[in-house]
Design a protein around this ligand. Sequence first.
Ligand SMILES: Nc1nc2c(ncn2[C@@H]2O[C@H](COP(=O)(O)OP(=O)(O)OP(=O)(O)O)[C@@H](O)[C@H]2O)c(=O)[nH]1
Ligand SMILES: [Mg+2]
Length: 640
Amino acid sequence: MNIRNFSIIAHVDHGKSTLADRLIEITGTVPKDKLQPQLLDSLALERERGITIKLAPVRLRYKTSGVIPAKARLPETGTVGQAGIQINTSSSELDPDSLRVASIRRDDREEEYILNLIDTPGHVDFSYEVSRSLAAVEGAILLVDATQGIQAQTLAHGLAALEQNLTLIPVINKIDLPNADIESVKKQLAETFGFDEGEILLVSGKTGEGVENLLQTIVERIPVPKSPGANVIHLGGGSDTTPRGFRALIFDSFYDPFKGVVAQVRIMEGETPAVNSPLYFLQTKAQGHVLETGFFAPQLTPNDGLKAGEIGYIATGIKEPDLVRVGDTISSAPDAQPLPGYKEVKPMVFVGLFPIDADEYFELKEALAKFRLTDPAFSYMPEHSDALGAGFRCGFLGLLHAEVVQERLSGEFNVDLLATAPSVEYLVDGEILTNPSQLNLFQSIKEPWVKLRIFVPQTYIGPVMELVQDKRGKFVTMQHFGVAVEMIYEMPLSEMVSNFYDRLKSVSSGFASLDWELLDFREVDAVRVDIMVSGEKVDALSTIVFRPKAEGFGRRMAEKLKEVLPRQNFTIAIQAVIGGTIIARETISPFRKDVTAKLYGGDRTRKDKLLEKQKKGKKKMKMVGRVEIPQEAFLSILKS
Ligand SMILES: Nc1nc2c(ncn2[C@@H]2O[C@H](COP(=O)(O)OP(=O)(O)OP(=O)(O)O)[C@@H](O)[C@H]2O)c(=O)[nH]1
Ligand SMILES: [Mg+2]
């Protein structure tokens, strides 16, 4: 079997999923009448938002047309100019298939290939999906939008692929657009990653131009899959007949009520044992069995087994989601050596999730366990709030991640949630603290700092600098990439989670892009701002704030809460308090807000509709003492 495994990586919106559409279309993987734009974005939320959130594998069958263009060889080493790092990009030293390619050219013979493509998300919050995809493949298409050039995630994902010794195929996309600037993007790619301009391909994912050529290039340049142990793929095309241990790397998983946990795997060695044979999970020591194997077309398509080098799925029959983890190795022998796996991701942003209806606590708990299978970057632990009751403190990689998970939990698992404002983790007297309400006065606090990499056209340097300074950022360096510039800063993560991204986009007319990573924890002069509603402290609204900004924050918070808390038939006092001192006070006068007041006369059904809407809105509220706290109250924290 001729196999090539590759990912498509790029910055957000550079056209990965659209290019995948064309690859699916040209290879006839999906019938024409079933094609739709961004076919691999199958989650409802992905389609609604027009972004990819999860990695998505698909198997393509590709027949070479016989005539293969002269093979453009990769340079022996790729120099990453700007960072000065030397990374070896050649992984095709002993590539039996390069001989095969040569023979096709001689004979003009058609040959069939299985191409396993993994589409990846582009947004920085979903980078873990990208890194897991990269561990399952031998190469990647580094896609760059011809109108945007290199942006923050082009660099981040491109470098990650090089570090894993993957073969990169540089491809410039959207060449159909009138403002495509192919020449300068070529130059950027050459200068940044050390590509030869001659090896850069041009395509349009929209019109399909250049895509056939790309398919042939994938076959030529992406190395044949190799096993870490023995090379079981042979030049003759068949696999080795001597039995070898079976080992597969889990790069993703999900829960199916009938099949149990379904693991998405890259087979590294051997082949899947027969149906009903036992399977061992080498790290969690769990045991399952082979219920079904198959591949992605892109829907699950059962087959009679998977061999080394292939990407597919194994249904394991395991009913406890906790027993299966991405990065774990599945084997046919309990004492086999586990594969290296992935480094665990560290959650950066924390949100308390509470069931609106306390009776739904256990349903929520089960939903979280199943959800974690499909999103290993998400983590959770039980938490109790005086105001909101029993719930969970959940960790996310960023704000978009937090938002997307909440929407998926209510959409896919049907649980109604109240979410507290995102906050970061602090080190208090050396101990980790993720819940702001637990901070005591006078403790020494350290907060997380991040290294920010902002890509922006030169004209916006001024406004970006101003914004970052306002957010306590420290300038490190700046580097020019044609008309774009990369600015490196250090900044407290807490400032980044409070309205930074939106403001960055607005000061740069939408042009700035961003990448970041955790640096360290640094001492901060911060205090806890508490909120009292009708004399009762609402612990879930407590926030840790940089001291010089605390008073202003408390005042704005009280004002915002006044706007969002629903009136009651008694007066509600809202107070912002720092260590027993009231720094702001607002009052909400009694009586229900009459939403129908502005509708005079007219049609009864319209009135009913509005009342219905008001009732629904109320569902996302939680009684705290005698006052209802709506979801919007927590968003006030972010906007203060
Ligand atoms: N004109 C033109 N538009 C394109 C092309 N490729 C993609 N687009 C458009 O660019 C937008 C983003 O395309 P996607 O395929 O969703 O981009 P993506 O890289 O998958 O985005 P994320 O997965 O969210 O990072 C869509 O509106 C596409 O229609 C192209 O070759 N030409
Ligand atoms: Mg996409």
